[in-house]
Write a protein that binds this ligand. Sequence first.
Ligand code: AMP
Length: 400
Amino acid sequence: MNIDFQGKKVLVRVDFNVPLNDAFEITDDTRMRRALPTIQEILEKGGSIILMSHLGRPQKKLKEDGSINVEKFTLQHLVEHLTDLIGVEVLFCPTSRGEQAKEMAGNLQQGQILLLENTRFEKEESKGGEDYAEELASLADVYVNDAFGTAHRAHASTTTVAQYFDKDAKCFGLLLSAELKNADKVLNNPERPLTAIVGGAKVSDKILLLEKMIAFVDNLIVGGGMAYTFFKAQGGQIGNSLCEEDKLELANELIAKAKEKGVKLLLPRDSTIADNFNNDANIQKVASNEIPDGWMGLDIGERAVADFSEVIKTSKTLLWNGPMGVFEMENFANGTKSVAVSIADATKDGAFSLIGGGDSVAAINSLGLADDVSYVSTGGGAMLELLEGKTLPGVKAIAD
Ligand code: AMP
């Protein structure tokens, strides 16, 4: 970060949208840990820090009387753990605006840290409200955006707020910079062969990604529930597998486009099928285009794993977004696990691998392979939009 933080009050937007259990304990603190380098660097360079973040969707989950469920969504739940992680006492302001926020921010001394209350307690946050953004900006001298997970939202604290700081008084945090740099390794002049592995439930969620990938990858591997729409489009029998009837034409167009561009499009040749959406269901292994009625494909099969692994291991750049099957159930996790292991192996052999958000991140983490791939993104929707070629509002607001 190329800013002189000495003696400055620094407003830092982080993504502390961590999962909490019913006792409001943090069940995964990855997002907090990933923000630590930025916090530490600002402290080392002599700044004081005003942290702001959202947590959950409090405006969508109001109490019966229409008020905010403060007890559930307060950032107070994070204070103790954050203090432990940073090793500096974190002060908490039970609001993010008004006199109390102004006074607490005003009294902040060099080396101190103040955490503001959940920005989404304010209705204007998600509308990108200028009054709220200006109030936030008035608390500090410098603005740092390190919240990659919300950089695709034009919210007050992620985007609008940046307009109240001069160009030399705002910058990306270290995490956001790293996310952009790693996405860039895939998007700009990647070492080839470049292989994208796209999975997950629906084609409709990933249309733009598939279209973008087909335009410039060498190999496109499609697995997970979305693969069955492709088999159906080609006249296959897919039984009760997931299928989006309104995307059949699109699937055929994508297949044709891949052929036209010389892109190798790989679908799972075989599947593990089940007679129920249940880990204890009866299981068979069949060709993915010969699934009997009453059965559904819930994972890719062994032959598909072998096909996919071969391509993955000969790739120099790998992008993975979306699981190969219903990996949450042990009996249908093999395809996702095998792909994760192949990606880790290819990385060991010198490939660059980006795990691009969402459920593939959960899969890589649960397998303990996060350190064996090149980069694990913290942003699901944001990484997807970046890979689709969109400019993220939170990025544009700093860069402009
Ligand atoms: P996404 O969020 O689009 O990446 O989708 C992830 C979800 O897709 C996970 O919850 C998986 O359980 C689900 N999924 C993957 N493969 C299948 C499949 N063959 N049938 C049904 N759901 C699937």
